[in-house]
Design a protein around this ligand. Structure first.
Ligand SMILES: Cc1cc2nc3c(=O)[nH]c(=O)nc-3n(C[C@H](O)[C@H](O)[C@H](O)COP(=O)(O)OP(=O)(O)OC[C@H]3O[C@@H](n4cnc5c(N)ncnc54)[C@H](O)[C@@H]3O)c2cc1C
Ligand SMILES: NC(=O)c1ccc[n+]([C@@H]2O[C@H](COP(=O)([O-])OP(=O)(O)OC[C@H]3O[C@@H](n4cnc5c(N)ncnc54)[C@H](O)[C@@H]3O)[C@@H](O)[C@H]2O)c1
Length: 455
């Protein structure tokens, strides 16, 4: 049995960072990835990169202003083909990432535990048994499919991965689930030219935002022609010709939505199915995620878990940060996942970006707060871009002057939010951003105005 210093299971973002860093320290690492279509993991292949590529293309489609559906469909089909080409490029770059590094062995096969220190790998035309004293699990998550009548049989129902390869632009799209995936797809399909309905089971969209921010985003999406139905119970999905009929109950009524495609975006669950965790003594939580402590250690000594499978917030940069924590733990350091500020952006048009507490959450936590809300209209950058949609909101601790959180709903907010996060991480008073010199005309200078409005 071949012995390594570290075995890493799953080639996600965290694994990539971890494998490179460990090999650079002279450790022998085995990286096991089950699919030759998934080197690099979800993000570059079927997650962040392809979806944001399409967000960008959808904006181009909107600007081009095609008159007919046929023209829109042709531009969309070309965008999907270009996305497929991009994936091939990224895949081969990922495959070659470790090329020639004598400290790294990449296995393409499914890993399963045989004991706490031994892994069996089943590839297309080989099996292998390997061992190490340290093992890191980074096997990500898979879509959750709700038990809706007829959904499994529906010929035009997709999860995000399948939808990303669909070359036929649906005239009408029904999205089940109004979270990050559902709303991003709704937004870019609408811009490509589809009619879109989003069915959300919760009584509201953006439940983690303050009411004013949620209302601003909802109104914009509705203004763009996206039908948002909250409190919807999806009853059945049935094939009808080339398309489908989705039956749902909302507002005390039963309704039908006919469509050419159904996107199921109802959350993602940890991917532990093939790991045989029991053989390693690795326990899972009631949510099915691998139970880890703040250093990403599992319940089995010598085994760590990172990213989606460990129940961390489902973002690529968190898989990466979890890997940093494990690296630090290997060195005996004290870095932990506790109290991390986790910013995020939902790539709508414009994007909604958040970090930290909302006003309602800060009050619920007992803070004495000051807040500011400013509109996007009137900002110099808005005039440059000709885009006036959105608002910015910040919440500050009245006692210390520290920033507790911000929601930035405007063009380029996906860049700006990182500046606010930096200020929060470094425990800077809000006055630092209020008085900082920004270049001009850029969206970030709105942070001067936002924090000047704190009352
Ligand atoms: C459509 C979509 C859009 C997204 N957009 C964004 C975004 O804009 N920004 C953002 O930050 N996040 C986004 N995310 C979330 C982000 O992609 C994930 O949180 C992130 O990729 C998780 O990384 P990971 O390292 O945990 O796992 P993954 O990247 O999923 O890697 C896990 C790997 O393990 C492999 N594997 C599984 N089981 C085994 C086994 N038994 N043996 C060997 N290999 C195995 C899998 O094939 C996979 O390659 C998006 C996700 C989706 C689906
Ligand atoms: N921009 C980004 O960073 C980005 C983009 C896409 C995805 N992601 C990550 O991927 C993860 C998965 O995304 P997601 O959108 O699938 O999950 P999600 O948890 O964000 O949203 C799922 C939504 O589906 C709803 N839902 C569940 N069952 C339903 C049903 N039967 N009928 C109607 N609605 C139902 C839930 O209430 C929830 O609002 C997210 O947690 C996110 O972290 C991130």
């Amino acid at each position: 049995m071949e012995r390594f210093d570290v075995i890493v299971i799953g080639f996600g973002k965290g694994s990539k960072v971890l494998t490179s860093a460990l090999a650079a320290q002279g450790r022998r690492v085995a990286l096991v990835e089950k699919s030759d279509k998934m080197y690099g993991g979800t993000c570059p292949n079927v997650g962040c990169v392809p979806t944001k590529f399409l967000v960008n293309r959808a904006e181009m489609a909107r600007i081009k202003g095609f008159a007919s559906f046929e023209e829109k469909a042709a531009f969309y089909a070309q965008s999907i083909r270009d996305k497929k080409e991009l994936r091939e490029k990224i895949l081969s770059k990922m495959f070659n990432t470790f090329g020639g590094n004598p400290n790294i062995t990449l296995y393409t096969g499914t890993a399963k535990f045989v004991s706490p220190k031994e892994i069996e790998i089943s590839g297309k035309d080989f099996t292998a048994a390997i061992t190490a004293d340290k093992i890191v699990i980074d096997t990500g998550s898979v879509p959750f499919i709700p038990p809706i009548e007829g959904l499994k049989e529906c010929r035009c129902a997709y999860v995000s991965e399948g939808m990303l390869d669909l070359e036929r632009l649906p005239k009408r799209l029904v999205v089940i689930g109004g979270g990050n995936i559902g709303l991003e797809f709704a937004s870019f399909y609408r811009q490509f030219g589809s009619e879109v309905t989003v069915l959300q089971d919760l009584p509201e969209f953006f439940p983690n935002e303050d009411a004013d921010v949620a209302a601003a985003v909802r109104e914009t999406l509705a203004g763009q022609g996206i039908e948002l139905v909250a409190g919807a119970k999806v009853l059945s999905v049935k094939n009808e010709g080339e398309g489908a009929v989705v039956r749902y109950a909302a507002g005390g009524e039963e309704k039908e939505a006919k469509c050419d495609a159904v996107l199921v975006s109802t959350g993602r669950v940890p991917n532990t199915r093939e790991l045989n965790l029991g053989a390693a003594g690795v326990e899972t939580t009631s949510r099915g995620t691998i139970a880890v402590d703040e250093r990403m250690r599992t319940t089995a000594s010598g085994i760590w878990a990172i990213g989606d499978v460990a129940g961390s917030p489902q973002f690529t940069y968190i898989s990466q940060d979890d890997a940093r924590i494990v690296m630090d733990d290997f060195k005996g350091g004290g870095r932990t996942s506790a109290g991390r500020n986790v910013p995020y952006s939902v790539f709508l048009a414009p994007p909604l970006s958040r970090v930290g507490l909302t006003e309602k959450a800060a009050l619920a936590e007992g803070y004495k707060i000051k807040t500011a809300v400013i509109p996007v209209t009137g900002l110099p950058r808005s005039h440059v871009l000709g885009k006036y949609t959105g608002m910015l909101k910040a919440v500050v601790d009245a006692d210390s002057g520290l920033i507790l959180g911000a929601a930035l709903y405007c063009e380029e907010s996906h860049e700006m939010i990182n500046i606010v996060t930096l200020a929060m991480n470094e425990k800077l008073s809000y006055t630092v951003l209020r008085d900082m010199i920004f270049t001009h005309p850029v969206m970030s200078e709105a942070l001067n105005d936002l924090f000047a409005a704190i009352k």
